[in-house]
Ligand binder design. Sequence first.
Ligand SMILES: [Zn+2]
Length: 175
Amino acid sequence: MEYAAGDLCPVCESGNLEEKVKDLEFEYNERKSVAKDITCFECPVCGESLTNRKDSRSLEKFLTDERRIADGLLVSDEIKKIREGFNLTQVQFAKALKVGKKNFARYESGQATQGVAMDNLLRVLREYPSAIKLFISKWKNVEEGKVIQIEALYRKKKARKIERKVDYNIRQCSV
Ligand SMILES: [Zn+2]
């Protein structure tokens, strides 16, 4: 719903909404937080407080992130950064990780919280990006070029490893 000052209160249908910009305080697991400058529409008759969709969304993201911090989970922007590090879209990344594309989009928008297992997986990928190969190799029917590109990168890395190994063997022999 979109509200404006003066609108009839949809709850009691007798008061007219008043626009107020407020700081809202929250507490979760003993962690206190304040969402600043939230536009609310308050009814002077029944006391109902309403927010517009756009503000509700950003407030939801803020609160999800606050709960994630309290629970030791990655926040929306960290999750987005990990995905972007692989240069994959939400749909591609969700497909690679075998998670619903809508679910993954909700992790980034803060509409849903990832479980601990997903959180761990994302942390592993952040720490060891090459692990994405495990998921990409099983990923079929989209972005053939991307898979080849990523695989080529890994072959190149692997080749460097072999070179180093050879070099090491040669040095070993010359001793
Ligand atoms: Zn009311």
